[in-house]
Write a protein that binds this ligand. Structure first.
Ligand code: AMP
Length: 193
């Protein structure tokens, strides 16, 4: 990939227990703005999501939010974004967030983040997209998931070609550099059935 124009970031609707999560969200925001990459995210004004979006906006960058009606009605959508897509369901939202991006990053977060990352990884395996998926391993937060990926591959529930499909870095700059050199593994086959 010569240039990354849009990155979807999945991240917590909470701020986490340590300031490091907010600090590293701000560091990611700076990297995106410096590289003129538009942030695509869940569109909320809570948690790490809010910190990330505000930081990109404050630094003069572009932010696209994708919100389902359900959450807009609860008035937790960010009202100052460059662009917002309002969609009907959570499923449409995730589809849109995948379609809009050239790559995906999960910052620390809870089940919402884990679910979004798992889905985008799974879709990569079956060839629905060929875009890079990264875990920004702030504070080694994703270590248990990284261990789970290894376990899945060791126990042959994850095909070997996907063992290293997720790009794992603790610095946003390194993650985005590796996105540029990403080549998707071949589409999943079921030869062993
Ligand atoms: P969680 O990691 O459980 O805090 O959920 C955060 C992720 O799920 C984000 O990447 C969002 O796309 C989505 N999400 C969950 N709750 C919200 C919310 N209140 N506003 C916007 N997005 C949310």
């Amino acid at each position: 990939m010569d240039k990354i124009n849009n990155v979807t970031v999945y991240c917590g609707s909470s701020v986490g227990a340590s300031d490091i999560y907010q600090q590293q969200a701000i560091a990611l925001a700076s990297e995106l703005v410096n590289r003129k990459i538009t942030l695509v995210y869940g569109g909320g004004r809570v948690g790490i999501m809010n910190v990330l979006a505000n930081s990109v906006l404050e630094q003069g960058g572009q932010v696209v939010g994708v919100m389902p009606n359900l959450l807009v009605e609860r008035e937790i959508s960010h009202t100052g974004l460059s662009e917002i897509h309002i969609v009907g369901t959570m499923h449409e939202r995730k589809q849109k967030m995948i379609d809009l991006a050239d790559g995906f990053i999960a910052l620390p977060g809870g089940f919402g983040t884990l679910e979004e990352f798992s889905e985008v990884f799974t879709w990569g395996q079956i060839g629905l997209h060929t875009k890079p998926c990264g875990l920004l391993n702030v504070n080694n937060y994703w270590a248990p998931l990284v261990a789970m990926i290894e376990k899945m591959a060791d126990e042959k529930f994850l095909q070997e070609k996907y063992r290293h499909m997720a790009i794992i870095e603790d610095k946003a700059a390194n993650l985005l550099d590796r996105f540029l050199h990403y080549t998707a593994p071949s589409v999943k086959t079921y030869d062993d059935l």
